[in-house]
Design a protein around this ligand. Sequence first.
Ligand SMILES: NC(=O)c1ccc[n+]([C@@H]2O[C@H](COP(=O)([O-])OP(=O)(O)OC[C@H]3O[C@@H](n4cnc5c(N)ncnc54)[C@H](O)[C@@H]3O)[C@@H](O)[C@H]2O)c1
Length: 472
Amino acid sequence: MKIAVIGVGYVGLVSAACFAELGHTVVAVDNDPAKVAMLDAGHMPIHEDLLPELVKRHHGERLHFSSDIREASSDADVIFICVGTPPAINGDADMSYVEGVARELAASLHGHKVVVEKSTVPVGTAEAVQRTMLLHGASPNHFSVASNPEFLREGTAVSDFLFPDRILLGVPNDRTGKLLTELYQPILDGSYYQRPDAIPGDTTKAAQLIVTSVKSAELIKHASNAFLALKISFINSVANVCERVGADVREVALGMGTDSRIGPKFLTPGIGYGGSCFPKDVLAFRSVAKQVGYDFTLLTEVMEVNEDQKERFVAKVREALWTIRGKKLAVLGLAFKGGTDDVRDSPALELVRRFVEEGAQVTAYDPAAMSRAQATLPPGSVTYATDAYAACLNADAVLVLTEWPEFADLDLARVRKLLKLPIVLDGKNLLDPNKVKAAGLHYYGVGCCASPSPLPVSSAPAPRVAVETAAA
Ligand SMILES: NC(=O)c1ccc[n+]([C@@H]2O[C@H](COP(=O)([O-])OP(=O)(O)OC[C@H]3O[C@@H](n4cnc5c(N)ncnc54)[C@H](O)[C@@H]3O)[C@@H](O)[C@H]2O)c1
């Protein structure tokens, strides 16, 4: 089938490469000419496992890049909208990018097209897209609008796309449903997995095809992200109780997560969720509910717990170091999660900004997100290290803020020698607390395993000397 993908970001580029991998002919369009030129020259605009291999495999044959939406869509049977839907000032999703695409498409339709929302959008968007296209001159016989929300996760996006739990199609009629099902047939019938060159993945569970109304599909995506955010805020709250009563949240999460009704995923506490999806989608879902007269207060609580979690981590740093001003902090991880270079709404960056504002000297390292972080943080505010060990040199404490696997395997004896003070604050519960403590380091996790503070807790500040004594 011939496909156009509009918007070559984290979702659009992965979708385009994966549709080409499934045998379709794809033109991927972006209105950022620099991005298109970069891809045409064989360079990747984002860090995503397996993506360079797939793009290289199909570029120039089944996968093409363009900055001309009209040219790209004129030949396509199906057009996927994958542009951003960032938060507007009032908390709604900013739909101007989607609207812009709808307007451009209206002017360039020939023959019948299925226009598919893959971007995460508020319920009712398909109707708005349809209205906009009609207003701008498209004939109602020339297109239909469907919803196919994307559930991929950055860091494992290619595998998530090709080995999904489910494929969700929100369709206005059977004909559209059939066409879109055909697109995914190699995944649904498993024929893709029989190919000798298929991307390796878990084939034990077949993807479920779920066909719904367009509105239900739009709502499923918002509800799913809001529920995952809720699960994170829930376990963060449980972790906060654990800290007060001396229980271990890792044990609690294990006990909870083995119940098949609950499941083990998204039960790791930390410094709060972030990224380009959860914060804006929770906000947008609450906004949608409000607009139709329902006050979704549960989501307000989810967001408040999430904000609070960052404050708690700052308090933990203060507990460990007494004051932050003048301290040298080694920060490991800047991306909003491991496996990606994406720093949009990254809790790690927010914390770095906060520590800098409070007068700390931050030296940071991230395996993939350094240049994006550098472009986001105020110039000169942070020193960027060449690796995790270089970041630790002479630091008063090391802070783990992103769950990169390589940080879990650090040589802790080496870290201990490099640090000025033996303090590890693990904002992601990534390290093994026993190993950290065995290396002579004080460990602060989330909801478990805190070493007794090296500082006198109840009495007045005595600190610097006391800390250095503890370090000796
Ligand atoms: N990133 C994720 O993990 C993820 C997962 C599932 C769903 N989503 C949703 O998918 C959508 C896209 O997210 P993303 O992270 O890929 O965004 P992104 O910002 O990485 O990419 C969007 C791209 O669209 C391009 N664009 C904007 N307007 C355009 C236009 N008129 N014509 C052509 N190109 C245009 C931008 O230049 C950019 O390259 C969002 O709605 C998001 O919520 C994201």
